[in-house]
Design a binder for this molecule. Structure first.
Ligand code: UD1
Ligand code: CA
Length: 469
């Protein structure tokens, strides 16, 4: 009979070393809270997961509930953080609800989720094939810092783990450390964990004491040495940056492997949920956030930031553009220095140029706003041309109002369109007009006082000024 499985994620700790108000598991790694990455890793082992929560318990539970994972997640509360063994013990009550007999429990800290799937698979194979009651992952480092040290006997078998705080000088010199991933036989865990004591310097119940307890019972403990990078966890802000950069490398390598051009991958950040089509070019410094989707053959210019948006096929976003919750159709030309705000919907072949801001507006096929404009709460018809400096005056301090332009409208530069206002198809607005009334189709609307000209007055003015000095 195959053994049952449970994953246990320890996430009750106080994140003291992060020096942040937020639990480290709520910090963002490539667009998702760290706890999501931890749950994904836990799920590779089993779709039964217990998360031990304590510090910021309610916030963590809420974020996990929002993930809508198709797995059986239970929460166990560890009211006081008395150490990793105590955290595991706090989960027993929840694990028992599954009424397991023969089972393996995979234990991981919620702060360490860089394992590759193959590594975890190999680990569970090693654990099962050797019939050990406890298996754990180790890694080798020049300086194992604050990690627990692996102490082996003369035959090379693991005897115990000594925490850095408790270690003697020769023990501290050991380069093999405890990576913090364990697989334990459920019955062994239940029987043995209660023997763990807190008679150590930090008065904590160390999960790592399980190793010597197993060895004292003459039970087999197995180790698997993994690449150091996979063992990294988040304890400090610096760790967070390092872990994020490892994911960044993995994600960017994947996209390059399917043909994305990226000349400076270390400067490009692509969130985990972003989707890219074929033949895309991402220039240096591009940041793609959230649920962004870029269709094939698009090019995103340097230092552009795109969040929860779509960029259509063969569109070009030039440098320094900022696009958020917007939908850009195919063959658009956006930027440089364009800003598309939530609700900007652009059909095909639309041009939005430098220092143009578009909010909650629909621009139909071929519409152009190339320079220095604000278009808000508007519907812009096909092939409209919005001249430089055009502003839709959509707000009177109390309410927002809509501007509608029919197809082929030409708006002269520096016009103000005071909403609510509708300009009929094919109409022309003279430059500098303040339009407060609807304009009929094909009309020319001008709002501007007559120009006066005083012949020779400029020369006379200059003469007078000279005399005065
Ligand atoms: C732990 C190991 C250490 C190992 C390292 C690997 C112990 C005693 N030490 O040290 O040998 O090298 O991981 O990363 O286990 N937690 C709780 N409740 C508690 C205490 C901790 O839920 O009472 C959680 C934390 O939130 C964290 C995880 O357990 O996610 C590990 O705890 P942490 O304090 O980070 O242990 P380390 O000092 O890193
Ligand atoms: Ca840790």
């Amino acid at each position: 009979m195959s053994r049952e499985r449970v994953s246990l994620v320890l996430a009750a700790g106080a994140s003291t070393r992060m020096k942040s108000k937020k639990s480290k598991l709520l910090h963002n790694v490539l667009g998702r809270p760290a706890i999501y990455w931890a749950l994904d890793q836990a799920r590779w082992f089993s779709d039964r997961i217990v998360v031990v929560v304590g510090h910021q318990r309610d916030e963590l539970m809420k974020v996990v509930a929002d993930y809508h994972l198709d797995v059986d997640i239970k929460f166990a509360t560890q009211t006081e953080q008395k150490g990793t063994a105590h955290a595991v013990q706090s989960a027993f009550h929840e694990i028992e609800k599954w009424k397991l007999e023969e089972a393996d429990i995979f234990i991981m800290g919620g702060d360490a989720f860089l394992l590759q799937r193959e590594t975890l698979e190999e680990f569970s194979k090693v654990h099962q094939s050797t019939g050990s009651v406890l298996s754990l992952m180790t890694a080798v480092l020049d300086d194992a810092g604050a990690y627990g040290r692996i102490i082996r006997n003369e035959r090379g078998q693991i005897e115990r783990i000594v925490e850095a705080k408790e270690a003697s000088r020769p023990e501290l010199a050991v380069r093999e450390m405890n990576a913090g991933f364990y697989c334990a036989d459920w019955n062994f865990l239940r029987e043995t964990l209660q023997s763990v004591s807190n008679s150590n310097r930090s008065k904590e119940f160390y999960l790592t004491d399980l190793v010597s307890l197993a060895r004292n019972q003459n039970r087999l403990v197995q180790t698997l040495t993994i690449p150091y990078q996979e063992s990294l966890g988040i304890n400090t802000q610096e760790d967070l940056a390092l872990v994020a950069s490892i994911f960044q490398k993995r994600v960017n390598s994947y996209w390059m492997s399917i043909g994305t051009e990226m000349l400076s991958p270390s400067t490009v950040w692509i969130d985990a949920d972003v989707e890219l089509g074929q033949g895309i070019c991402l220039e240096p410094g591009v940041i793609l956030k959230g649920q962004t989707k870029i269709y094939s053959d698009a090019r995103i210019g340097a230092y552009s930031v795109i969040e929860n948006s779509e960029i259509g096929q063969s569109s070009v976003v030039e440098a320094y553009s900022h696009i958020k919750e917007a939908r850009v159709g195919p063959q658009n030309k956006i930027g440089p220095y364009a800003r598309l705000r939530p609700g900007a919907i652009l059909d095909s072949e639309v041009h939005v140029g430098n220092f143009v801001e578009i909010k909650k507006s629909h621009l139909a096929e071929g519409a152009k706003a190339n320079h220095l404009s604000y278009v808000g709460d508007s519907t812009i018809g096909k092939r409209c041309n919005i001249g430089a400096g055009t502003i839709t005056c959509n707000y009177d301090g109390f309410h927002k109002y809509e501007t509608v332009l029919g197809d082929g409208v030409f708006v002269g530069s520096n016009s103000s369109l005071v909403a609510p206002v509708t300009i009929g198809a094919g109409a022309i607005i003279g430059a500098g007009s303040v339009i407060t009334k609807d304009v009929d189709p094909n009309a020319i609307a001008l709002e501007r006082s007559d120009q006066r000209e005083l012949k020779g007055a400029a020369e006379k003015f200059r003469q007078r000024k000279k005399r005065e000095h």
